[in-house]
Ligand binder design. Structure first.
Ligand code: F0G
Length: 457
């Protein structure tokens, strides 16, 4: 069959709020024009993030009821540990309440001021945790990866030449570990090839630098490898994931993505000394090592979800939904990052709003227009999220790109929801000249996008 269907049926429904334009105008004004500050009940289609927003399966809900809430050594922990070990092969596994907790423990225990951490692209929380301890986060994307409209297949790949030059100029001692993010969220949800991970590992191996995978979307990346990388068509997603992790010395994971759970994560490694440091910090800030900030029932839900994410029919449907939206936007000449990413469609807000400069925050203008027009919540990944103010001045340093992400919660919305989003986007596209500039009136020193206040003009 040519029609790819949702490989599930719906057993429980949740009403969607439907609002009027006047209500949305009032809501956005009271949220200081920052959609992060809106109440969810004022949003019709919420594409803010694919993180923790997925629908759990009946199997996950059933597993939840089996949660063993013992403080230490619970049965649920054993199930979680054995699942993570089966997929990743890591010797030491530490549950965390979400991805950034794993990043925080990694940064706090392995980095000192002045250290450097390369990555294909750091996500905002990864960068912030590295910078918080005084180290430097360096992005090393390939030239195709930086080209929004290149149709290259593995645009999440790290530039291995740049990596080698960075190590040669800064010295291996300044680089306690290197990361690689699969898929590359900040760069458009683009995949990383097995060949690239292998050659990154080989380069690092020459200098004894460990590789840590940011594995949030490991299953979506595995599907991209199966579909597009020569030699993997006949391999299962589980085998591909296992091979990916076999090339790494450690991993950070947010189970809110490819764990198909609403909360959870882990940190994992092979090295005993790293593990000792992780364990001690985990106890200090997350909890005992057999629950690490999670309830027993959460560990159960994650253990089931990590495996469901590797089901081929599920990934086929998931990628088809993103492709469906992407191809309809391309048909309308709406500028999006190509090819479609694994978890989201990314709109190029700079191209969408050529009348606005980066310091006018075109991404915020587009995000707010989508909300006002159709009650859709998207997120800016541009100069608000990744730009900054030059210290001691009011001068804004722009981000390399002005993207707006429409992230797809897992197993939540159906095709007609996406048709609605396409219709709203079509309307906003035709009226794009009216999208106004925004200014920041209040901001935090880190991760300012979450709480900033904006005004028009
Ligand atoms: N790494 C990547 C690549 C991510 O996309 C995220 C979260 C994290 C780490 C941190 O995980 O949220 O569980 O603490 N990304 C979400 C998003 C928030 O919307 O893309 P977390």
């Amino acid at each position: 069959m040519r029609t790819i269907i949702e490989p599930f049926r719906i057993k429980m429904t949740e009403a969607l709020p439907v609002t009027t334009r006047a209500q949305r105008e009032a809501s956005l004004a009271s949220a200081h024009n920052n959609v992060f500050l809106l109440d969810a009940e004022d949003i019709t289609i919420d594409l803010l993030t694919d993180s923790g927003t997925g629908a759990m399966s009946a199997r996950q809900w059933a597993a939840l009821m089996q949660g063993d809430e013992s403080y230490a050594g619970s049965v649920s922990w054993r199930r979680f540990e054995s699942t993570v070990r089966e997929i990743t092969g890591f010797k030491h596994i530490f549950p965390t309440h979400q991805g950034r907790a794993a990043e925080r423990i990694l940064a706090a225990t392995r980095l000192k001021p002045g250290d450097i951490v390369p990555n294909n692209s750091h996500f905002d929380t990864t960068r912030a945790n590295i910078e918080y301890v005084g180290a430097q986060a360096v992005d090393l994307l390939t030239p195709e990866g930086q080209d929004i409209y290149s149709d290259a297949r593995f645009k999440g790949n790290m530039d291995v030449g740049k990596l080698e030059r960075l190590i040669e100029t800064k010295g291996a001692k300044a680089i306690p570990f290197c990361m690689i993010t699969v898929t590359n969220n900040a760069g458009g949800g683009q995949p990383v090839s097995m060949e690239n991970i292998r050659s990154v590992k080989k380069t690092l191996g020459k200098y004894n630098i460990p590789l840590v995978i940011d594995a949030c979307r490991y299953a979506e990346n595995s599907y991209f490898i199966k579909e597009n990388e020569p030699g993997f068509a006949d391999r299962s997603l589980m085998e591909i994931a296992q091979e990916m992790f076999s090339l790494a010395d450690g991993a950070t994971m947010s189970a809110k993505k490819d764990g198909l759970a609403n909360i959870g994560g882990f940190l994992a490694c092979h090295d005993d000394e790293w593990a000792e440091d992780f364990r001690n910090m985990l106890i200090l800030t997350e909890g005992f090592p057999t629950y690490g900030g999670l309830a027993g029932r959460d560990l159960e839900a994650v253990a089931v979800g990590l495996k469901e994410a590797l089901e081929l029919e599920y990934q086929r449907y998931r990628h088809a939904t993103v492709d469906y939206m992407a191809s309809r936007l391309i048909e309308r000449d709406i500028p999006i990052v190509r090819p479609a990413g694994g978890h989201a469609v990314f709109i190029d807000a700079a191209d969408f709003c050529p009348h606005l400069k980066p310091s006018d925050f075109p991404g915020i203008g587009l995000v707010n227009a989508l909300y006002l027009e159709g009650g859709i919540r998207a997120v800016e990944l541009g100069s608000v999220m990744f730009g900054r103010v030059l210290p001691g001045t009011k001068e804004e340093i722009a981000a390399p790109r002005e993207l707006v992400r429409l992230a797809f919660p897992r197993r939540v919305y159906t095709q007609s929801h996406f048709d609605y989003v396409i219709e709203v986007l079509d309307l906003v596209w035709r009226q794009r000249g009216a999208i106004p500039p925004y200014r920041i009136t209040k901001q935090a020193p880190f991760l300012r996008h979450f709480t900033a206040h904006f005004v028009r003009g």
